[in-house]
Design a protein around this ligand. Sequence first.
Ligand code: DGL
Length: 271
Amino acid sequence: MDTRPIGIFDSGMGGLTCVRQMIRLLPGEDIVYFGDTGRVPYGGRSAETIVRYARQDVAFLRSFDLKTIVIACGTVSTTALDVLERENDLPILGVVQPAAKAAVNTTKSGKIGVIGTKATIRSGAYEASIRALLPEAQLIAKACPLLVPLVEDGRVHRGDAVTERVVEEYLAPVKTAGVDTLVLGCTHYPLLMDVISDYMGTGVTLIDTGEEAARAAAALLFEQSQLNDPSRKGRRRYYASDSAADFAATAALFLGKDISDRVERVAIENY
Ligand code: DGL
């Protein structure tokens, strides 16, 4: 047993889709979450900038004594995981491998779609991981840069004409390609699950990268006998680089509960 917390971070609110699953799977774990809301979105930035931001995010999280870090961000996982792993002496998990495994286990036709931010799609990391597991996979990847701002603004519900129109425009070629599995390669996208699955239809299975990363972290901690007693009530702390009140207001949408007494602001530029 290892009672140290698990660190989880994202460029903003999206990583909370991973936190939600982590709480469901591992209720006894303490979690420290950092969302870089002052600098979100990362997805349109250069690899150099994403690596610089990610180093600061990890440096902040490492001011706590953690047992592992989960990068609950497709953009950082696809662009900076190698660097972060090299520079840190604790296990760091990204979302790409777990999501690629889930996609390969799900697909029947071998036709798999991947959507993500510009940086994620530019990296080709999901495609490489899927091909390593299923060389004959037929892949179609599409960057969807407007989806993160829509989610950060809470525009996630069915019937939102703008969101539905944007989803339709991005996903039209993916739908035409006839995929049976779609990797939501950005941790913000599960919030758009209803709108995306309405458009793609029931024959397409959506892979939630945050959920798959939470499962992978649970499996790793179990293997290493580092899980807490599940009957214990895990303590969760949330940090944001912009307004704590704004973070708490949007977090309610992701977590389905009020966390306003547990959010603090952090000056990430000092790390
Ligand atoms: N949740 C992040 C991701 O998975 C959002 C990216 C962004 O900040 O642009 O890619």
